[in-house]
Every structure is written in structure tokens, then in C-alpha cells.
Design a protein around this ligand. Structure first.
Ligand code: F6R
Length: 364
């Protein structure tokens, strides 16, 4: 049941801190991050030549976040593909290739087909899923359950953030087991991850910021989402949520690519959401805010607490607590989930059952 919430999406957004706490519980042992589910020996891990992450929709976005983290921490090359593309490609696989499928429902037909294709090619398949006993769980060699609890709303929220945490656990685990990160560093990053639920709770208390910012979209027919690095993906996920439940056209772009085309869209009042946390590319993203501002855009910014400069340039601020770069996508997206929901409410849309969509897509 909805337990007093107006819709399942509201409930599931609110459940994110507990979901992540459940996932992280008992995951740090004396030897570092524990992921017995992976069922791979140190020799097998050391021999991995490439990882394919294959998924659809929101789960595909988790893969985009995971890629640079696995590459940076575990130094293993990673390719991320939407399953519906991957299945028709001639991919380079060896028996040292690891395939990670990410699927909340565990029933997405394209994703399951990818797992079969990889198995047939000799790769090992790890499933990250939310549903116990799902087809993905049964077909994979190893399963990491994200334990977010049933997700009813068609728009995925708590599964997205829990899957990102799961992906970061996998990245830490691989890095520790192949010797690229020492035990102390792994433990330090794990303890940082444990701060995420509290940071999300803080963002949940700021839903009034999203409710206010929703006004910028109600009368418009289109919106642009910009971000850099990991948060180019946060922008993509924010745009997907908005399209899905408010039926507003939304497009995401890596912020620096904007001037190569989409900036032509901007006219006075055009809503632009910019993910601009305090990270190593903040000053570059700030210049993108200036560019759209100069053309009259209404700017909604996700920024870090205390960032005066960004605040001055923004029409609406969605503030997040200061966090290491690899945690920001998990925390920042919560604002974009709430923003999409408020826009959809203002436009009179069905929050939990958007038109034309089903919770799991079981046809290829
Ligand atoms: C978006 C959404 C979809 C799913 C996609 C994959 O909010 O829910 O994009 O993420 O259909 O579903 P799973 O993860 O069940 O394979």
C-alpha cells in the first residue's frame, strides 16, 4: 500500500535512504567489501580483460555512472551499451570478459537476451537486480540483489539510486581484489558511501525547492538538462524522468556540447536544468550557465550548499550537501526525481502510471 503517501512514486522516493542502508549493511568485512555473490576467484578477477555493462532506460544510466568508476578504481576497460543495441552488434568477447546486466525487474527482454548472448560467447554474467528469483537472477552466474523493496511506480527512483550504490560496491570490490585499491582506501570510500542515506534525507527535506522550481516548466513545451562528467548522466536521468511522467519534451546534453547545437533552442523563459556541484569541472559548468542565462533561459541549478556564485546566476536552486564526486549523482538525482514529480502534478498527469509505458518491457 501507499502508507499515507499520495502516490507510489512519492513513497519510493522517500524510501531511498532505507533502501541504501539495507544494501550497505554488513558489506564491509575485515578483508574489505564483501560481495560473495560475484562468485569469482582472485585469479578470475585479475584476468578480466573487459567489462560490458548492458541495461535499458534508467538502469542503463546506472551503467554510465559505473563505467568511469570501475575504470578509475579497478583499471579495467568498460563498455556500456543499451541492451537493444548490444544485441545486434558483433561485440568482442573472450572468456575473460565479464558482463554485468543491470535490471530492476529482472524481466526486461532485451537485457535478458544480452545475458544469453554473452553466455553463449563464453563470458561470465553478473546480474544486478531488485527482484528475487527474477529471470535475470536465474540466468546469471552471480546475482547482486539491490534490496530496494518492491518498486511499483513505473518511473524508477529507488532502484536507480540503489543500483548506483551496488555499482559502486562492485567497482570497489574489483579494485580491492585486483590490487588497484588498498584495504584502507576501500574502507574509506565505503564509509563515505555510508553517508549517502543521511545526505538523501537532507535533500528530501528540501522538496520545497523542487516544488518552487516546477513553476519554470509548467507552461513550457521543452526543457534542456546539462551536466558534466558523472553528472552528464544525472542530466540524462533527470530528462528521462521529466519526459516519462510529465510528457514534456526534455533533452540532456553534456554541458560543453551545448554550444555545438542545442544552444540554438534557448529563448527567453526556456527552462534549463544545470547540474553544477562543487567538483573539478564546476567553473566550466558555471560558464555554461552564463551562456544560457545571457540568452534569457530560466536556470534551475543543482548546486552545493554555500555556493554563492552559482546561486547568483540561478533562477531556482536545488541544493545538495557537499559530497565526494562519486556520491553526487546518487544524491543530486533525488532533486530531479522530485522536480519531475512536481511538474507532472502541476500538469495533471498520472504519476505512477504514465501513458504508453509498462513497468517492465518484456518484448524485444
Ligand atoms: C524509467 C524506467 C525504465 C526502466 C527500463 C529498464 O524510469 O523505469 O527506463 O529503467 O525499462 O527496466 P529494468 O531495470 O527493469 O530492466
Amino acid at each position: 500500500t501507499m502508507g499515507g503517501y499520495p502516490d507510489f512514486m512519492a513513497k519510493e522516493i522517500a524510501e531511498q535512504p532505507e533502501a541504501i542502508e539495507r544494501l550497505l549493511k554488513d558489506r564491509l568485512g575485515p578483508d574489505g567489501v564483501r560481495l560473495d555473490e560475484l562468485a569469482m576467484t582472485d585469479e578470475e578477477i585479475a584476468a578480466i580483460d573487459r567489462i560490458f555493462i548492458v541495461a535499458c532506460g534508467t538502469s542503463y544510466h546506472v551503467g554510465l555512472i559505473a563505467r568511469p568508476l570501475i575504470e578509475e578504481w579497478a583499471r579495467i576497460p568498460v563498455a556500456v551499451e543499451p541492451a537493444s543495441e548490444f544485441n545486434y552488434e558483433d561485440v568482442l568477447v573472450t572468456d575473460h570478459t565479464l558482463c554485468i546486466i543491470i535490471t530492476q525487474s529482472g524481466e526486461t527482454a532485451d537485457t535478458l537476451a544480452s545475458a544469453r548472448k554473452m553466455h553463449a560467447a563464453g563470458a561470465k554474467v553478473l546480474a544486478v537486480t531488485n527482484v528475487i528469483g527474477s529471470s535475470a537472477a536465474r540466468e546469471a552466474d552471480g546475482v547482486l540483489y539491490v534490496q530496494a523493496g518492491p518498486e511499483v511506480s513505473v518511473a524508477s527512483t529507488k532502484a536507480y539510486t540503489a543500483q548506483m550504490v551496488a555499482a559502486e560496491l562492485i567497482a570497489l570490490f574489483l579494485a580491492q581484489r585486483n590490487g588497484n585499491l588498498g584495504a584502507r582506501e576501500v574502507a574509506r570510500r565505503f564509509h563515505e558511501l555510508q553517508r549517502v542515506p543521511a545526505m538523501i534525507r537532507e535533500v528530501l527535506h528540501r522538496s520545497w525547492q523542487d516544488e518552487a522550481a516546477a513553476r519554470a516548466f509548467v507552461e513550457s513545451s521543452s526543457a534542456l538538462f546539462l551536466g558534466r562528467g558523472l553528472n552528464a548522466t544525472t542530466a540524462a536521468e533527470g530528462a528521462l524522468k521529466l519526459k516519462e511522467i510529465s510528457y514534456l519534451h526534455a533533452e540532456a546534453y553534456p554541458a560543453g556540447e551545448m554550444k555545438h547545437g542545442p544552444i540554438a533552442l534557448i529563448d527567453p523563459g526556456f527552462p534549463v536544468v544545470v547540474i553544477c556541484p562543487d567538483d573539478r569541472v564546476r567553473y566550466k559548468t558555471l560558464s555554461n550557465i552564463q551562456e544560457v542565462k545571457a540568452r534569457g533561459a530560466t536556470v534551475v541549478t543543482v548546486a552545493t550548499d554555500g555556493d554563492q556564485k552559482t546561486a547568483q546566476l540561478s533562477d531556482y536552486l536545488l541544493l545538495v550537501p557537499a559530497a565526494p564526486e562519486y556520491l553526487v549523482p546518487i544524491v543530486a538525482v533525488v532533486h530531479l526525481q522530485m522536480l519531475a514529480r512536481y511538474v507532472a502534478l502541476a500538469r495533471g498527469c498520472d504519476i505512477d502510471k504514465p501513458r504508453n509505458l509498462a513497468k517492465s518491457v518484456t518484448v524485444e
